[in-house]
Design a protein around this ligand. Structure first.
Ligand code: PDD
Length: 288
């Protein structure tokens, strides 16, 4: 097999991307009926795999699909997938849908989930971002009430992200009932009065694996940390704003809507946390 051709996993087989086909009756295609994960791999070492698999398991339970694989089997398959592909740092995308069935909102009688995995190059954060940060805009959070489920039905997130891009920003920070919840595809942290704040987990945001690591690193350092709601006022008055995700790590937001955040440069708390975060990744890369 040509090693430069992306290899994906579909329903029990590793195949070239061009040979991976799913029926148009797949409920993922018809209803967006499925869940997904994005798992980073640094130098082929999987980042917080057990956390991602645990969230996947919770999500499958939440939408009543039986997990088709054990944690061990997931690990073996994901490890094989990243070895079969050439990128050094990778972003593994994994999707499970309720499978192929005649179109009917009711769950099909027989469960036959579709399992798909692919991987792509994971870009490290650019020097420009470390120097200048990024621009975000706040937008009304018009998603559903189960944002803790990593659903593949991402139309609201897609529209919100595009609205942000159309305003010259890279991400939307979502506001529901006067509270900032998270980004269109990221979790939210702010620094206010030198204390790091992130909204508590619950149905209105995704329990991010990156978020949890940032919380862990802050606790380890004895940094002032509060898991509490962030009002729109808090957001507008924040000393620093960060957005976290598996693919973007910790993004410093230096402009919110039309206003600079503090000096308009990534702040000292971000620099400190980012150093700890990179140290965590280096330790992972050096592990056997
Ligand atoms: N998205 N909130 C939302 C709505 C997300 O879609 C994501 C990640 C996160 C951060 O979660 P984590 O730290 O586990 O990546 C928060 C992925 C990266 C995506 O959809 O591509």
């Amino acid at each position: 097999m040509n090693t430069h051709e992306p290899i994906v996993y579909l329903n029990g087989e590793f195949v070239a991307l061009n040979n991976a086909h799913v029926s148009v009756l797949d409920r993922g295609f018809i209803f967006g009926d499925g869940v997904y994960e994005v798992i980073p791999a640094y130098g082929k070492h999987l980042f917080r795999l057990q956390h991602h698999l645990e969230r996947l398991n919770n999500n499958l339970k939440a939408i009543q699909i039986k997990n088709p694989l054990s944690s061990n089997d997931w690990q073996l398959l994901i490890e094989q997938l990243i070895i079969k592909n050439n990128f050094n740092n990778q972003s593994v995308y994994l999707q499970i849908t309720r499978g192929v069935a005649p179109r009917d909102h009711n769950f099909p009688h027989q469960e036959n989930p579709t399992v798909f995995m692919m991987t792509s190059a994971l870009e490290k954060q650019s020097v420009d971002i470390a120097n200048n940060g990024v621009h975000a805009v706040s937008l009304p959070d018009n998603r559903w009430q189960n944002c803790h489920i990593k659903s593949i039905s991402l139309l609201p997130n897609v529209l919100l992200r595009q609205q942000a891009l159309d305003k010259g920003a890279v991400e939307a920070i979502l506001i529901r009932d006067g509270m900032a919840t998270e980004g269109a595809a990221s979790n939210l942290f702010i620094v206010l009065d030198d204390c790091l704040i992130t909204p508590p987990k619950g149905p209105l945001l995704l329990p991010g694996v990156t978020r949890d690591l940032v919380v862990e690193l802050a606790i380890k350092k004895n940094t002032c940390l509060k898991e509490q709601t962030i009002t729109e006022d808090d957001l507008n008055n924040a000393q620093e704003i960060w957005l976290t995700s598996s693919t973007k790590e910790i993004l410093p937001v230096t402009k919110l809507n039309d206003k600079s955040v503090s000096s308009g440069k990534p702040g000292s708390h971000w620099h400190e946390m980012m150093a700890d975060y990179q140290h965590y990744i280096q330790t992972l890369e050096q592990s056997s």
